[in-house]
Design a protein around this ligand. Structure first.
Ligand SMILES: [Zn+2]
Length: 428
């Protein structure tokens, strides 16, 4: 038994590493108010982003933001126009005075340009014009200035002005949609829960929008291209069942609503908080596949609500999303579904050579995109189920319970492997 447990310990490198992102310990972004202008004439955008920043040290007099591709037209600090400078490719702002702990600094940046990443503009597969944010892992700062790292979560409001024929979907609750002169429309959404920047999104298209009858405790909506409305109804038909199962197992659903959206994103699904985007390719196939609906919904708790504190802890998002997807299939289809899932994960690990010897938490791999590999999906999935078996609940559930307990209490932290592991091992 000890030898087996030692083998499991080897799956992790338990030390205090963080990824290579340069952090600002004095700075905590707490709210983004993003306002964008879109047109049909080009893929250029004009925007204003106001950022509320809480000071976390005894004093602070400057900070920088992640921001690329855009031309900055103006910058204000505390409502007063102030110059900015670039350091290491990032705009830096001097506050003009010293701010004390817990004081709030308001940074405002006006800008325009054509994002090279993070915002996909073009045509969908039916030739309709669409725009979708595609931020993962750290491309949000190509279309709005931000602390573009999952350790710094914030609330967000998005106001998008675009030709009136388009629908806009985004995180949180829709506040209003106002018709403007020249056949334009301004649509405003607000997310009141702190979320990581990689989940702060909007989508623009001529959608078919369906609100299925309220079988869930949270408002649901499907946003699909009109040609795919029937497919979307089938693809998302078990959403209320999935929400109910995860809600009982983990805790209440964390957000104001759940929109599921057909889009032109690169990945099959992206778990954007309360507005999950799916690739249009995932609407093809007869019969249409339900995957990865359960996985992306599980992310609403794991990844979006409890978020990895740095990219080395990505397994806390992807591994648990896979765990709960498999648990739902076991619950709804029977134990063979779990056996099948385990066999598939084992196969993916064996076919991906580095996964056989590398630890799940692997600081040698510094590119977050390359961390999306069988190490983060299958190996963690196998690991957590083995732990559940070996430790038969007490220590394992202590660590896991610390996550679910947070969510039940409405706390949505950024967590790291070391703390979770120590909790499981009974050290804290
Ligand atoms: Zn995932």
């Amino acid at each position: 038994m000890r030898a087996s447990l030692a083998g499991i310990w080897m799956l992790f490198v338990v030390c205090s590493f963080v990824d290579s992102y340069v952090r600002q310990p004095s700075i905590d972004a707490i709210h983004y108010a993003i306002s964008l202008e879109l047109t049909d004439a080009s893929n250029f955008i004009a925007g204003t982003t106001k950022i509320q920043v809480r000071i976390r040290s005894e004093s602070a007099s400057d900070m920088w933001l992640d921001f690329e591709d855009m031309s900055i037209d103006r910058s204000l600090v505390g409502g007063v126009e102030r110059p900015f400078s670039f350091h290491d490719g990032r705009p830096a702002f001097e506050f003009g005075r010293t701010y004390s702990r817990n004081e709030i600094v308001l940074i405002e940046v006006g800008y325009h340009g054509k994002p090279q990443l993070g915002l996909l503009s073009g045509e969908n597969r039916y030739g309709g014009r669409v725009v979708f944010a595609d931020n993962w892992p750290s491309n949000a700062h190509h279309w709005f200035p931000s602390i573009d790292h999952p350790s710094d979560k914030a609330t967000v409001s998005l106001a998008v002005t675009a030709p009136a024929k388009y629908d806009i979907v985004a995180n949180g609750r829709m506040e209003q949609a106002i018709l403007l002169p020249d056949n334009r429309k301004r649509t405003e959404w607000t997310e009141n829960r702190a979320i990581p920047t990689y989940c702060m999104v909007f989508g623009m298209a001529e959608f078919s929008i369906k609100n299925p009858k309220a079988t869930a405790t949270v408002p649901l909506a499907w946003y699909a291209y009109p040609q795919d409305a029937e497919v979307a109804a089938r693809k998302f038909s078990r959403t209320a069942l999935i929400l109910a199962y995860f809600g009982n197992l983990i805790g209440p659903y964390p957000y104001e609503k759940l929109a599921q959206v057909e889009s032109i994103i690169r990945m099959g699904g992206m778990e954007n908080s309360s507005a999950i985007f799916y690739s249009e390719a995932s609407f093809l196939g007869v019969p249409v596949s339900e995957d990865p609906v359960a996985h992306e919904i599980a992310h609403q708790w794991f990844g979006d609500s409890v978020t990895e504190a740095d990219w080395d802890d990505l397994w806390l998002s992807e591994g648990f999303a896979d765990d709960f997807e498999a648990l739902f299939y076991e619950h709804s289809r029977g134990p063979e579904a779990m056996t099948l899932a385990m066999a598939q994960y084992a196969k993916s690990i064996m076919e991906y050579k580095p996964a056989r010897s590398a630890p799940i938490v692997d600081p040698r791999q510094t590119d977050p995109r390359k961390k999306l590999n069988p190490l983060k999906y299958g190996k963690e999935h196998g690991f957590s189920l083995c732990c559940a078996g070996f430790w038969a609940t007490k220590n394992f559930s202590r660590g896991f319970g610390s996550i679910t307990g947070c969510m039940k209490a409405g706390i949505r932290p950024a967590v790291n492997s070391r703390r979770l592991w120590n909790r499981q091992a009974g050290l804290i």
